[in-house]
Design a binder for this molecule. Sequence first.
Ligand code: HEM
Length: 433
Amino acid sequence: MRLMNRNEFRFAFQTLPFLDSHEGDPAGVLELRARPTPRLLVWHPEGIDWIFRTDRQLHHVPSRTLRPLVGRTSLLGTEGLRHAAYRRVLGPALSGHQLRIYHNIISHTVHAAIDMLPPGAIISLIEWTRKITLYVISQIVLGHVDDVLLALFSARVDSVLGSRSRTLAYRYLPAQALSIYTRRSALRGRHELDDMVLRSAKATATTQPAALAARLLAGEQPLGVLDNEKLRDQVMSLLFAGHETSASTAAWILYWLSRDEKIYRDVIAELSATSNDGSDPTQVPLLHAVIHEALRLSPPAIFAGKRMLPADGELLGKSLPAGTILTPCMYLAHHQPDLFPQPRRFNPTRFLGHRVPRQYYFPFGGGTRRCLGSELAMVQVRMIAAAVLRRCQLHCVNPEAGVSELRGPAMTLARSLRMSITPHRRAPRKIPL
Ligand code: HEM
């Protein structure tokens, strides 16, 4: 096994402090290693623009950390025609007018979660929002909620991503050692979950044609018929990608608002002036800006997927050999003080009334791999926040725990952050089912 250099070591074992030590570095590129082939973190706007514009010609390196969870055939790790086929089948169901059919699901799920809170409940905020977003994506992918399946799924996510040492083992162990390690550790209970996922997805195909699992199973070209492994991997990928990052964003918003009285009051005033449930961003521009600010300050994905140069090339005037790996880093891009003055300050007004160009702000990545669920994520988080803020009083019990925590490649609000959420209003009289 190759020894790590100092940068690689710090990147692996002290990821956030290491990134923080490069905050504001105008170079916008950091070499993590030079040999055998270079690996660079990139956040310079010109570099980011080049990567996303050239994306079609770059290779995409699957995440080793996610593989034990999403499998080897996941759309998150495929390339070329197969990848395009997955996007063609799933993309239309996750954008534009199609999203309207999910409004009821989101509304019903969040109001039910609030109704179940006992008065004065003190909860782990991220665990609560994770449950809400997992219930939502389960209904979108599988057409229903199966508590046993979701409990097994969450246990599996925790087992794969909940331990930093395991994440590092997945990322750095050589292939043979890794296969022994995974057989021994994280994969217990895998078959039971796999069977349930497959059974559930296939049942959905006959009963709920609009569910994403049913679309995957329609057998239409260019995707064709999926075998069990491919079906399982796509369902696991959608359940994971569709809930973890949205949960993190919702939790950060509620946390920031509970800490900033003025913006909190302004958002409440905005919500009081409209009957919109948050689904329409034009009715709640400040809340929409709050979400962008949370995605800027604490991007749930601190990196986009790795890109690899297929041939010798050049980035920002530097020659690079074929095989060079480029990792776009939103965490550092979003903390650049020239574009975001006082980058550590929560200030949603930065996003009021204007769009920040994608090379400076890209929480959903970009190019050919840009997040397929970005529109769903935004509408979902707005609706969750609108319902909670309208109906509940928030009080953060231990604000000092409002720090970031890594879960595999994702960054979330620390599990130990506790919020008292007290419902003071009843659910809207008619919750559409
Ligand atoms: C705030 C919430 C979310 C954030 C911040 C986020 C972020 C990201 C990022 C950074 C990528 C990689 C893009 C790249 O490498 O350039 C990605 C990919 C993806 N996301 Fe999201 N995501 C979110 C919510 C969702 C939701 C709700 C879904 C719903 C299914 C979803 C599905 C996907 C899929 C399928 C991909 C893979 C796209 C591909 O490889 O072609 N995401 N997301």
